[in-house]
Design a protein around this ligand. Structure first.
Ligand SMILES: [Zn+2]
Length: 58
């Protein structure tokens, strides 16, 4: 049995927007309950939604 820790942890690396490469702030206000639950950012520059690792979320 193994626990996928990275799904629950906090990404401490700087995240960049996958679309416009804007650096995302580490401290953020979650935009909704999904961001509260899963972490992640909404890019201020282009509005792209991404997870806490900077992967685009569809
Ligand atoms: Zn962006």
């Amino acid at each position: 049995m193994s626990i996928r820790i990275k799904d629950f942890g906090i990404n401490l690396k700087t995240v960049y927007c996958p679309k416009c490469n804007t650096e995302q702030p580490k401290i953020r206000k979650p935009k909704g309950w999904k961001e509260i639950l899963w972490g992640g950012n909404t890019c201020k520059n282009c509005g792209c939604k991404m997870d806490k690792y900077g992967k685009e979320r569809k």
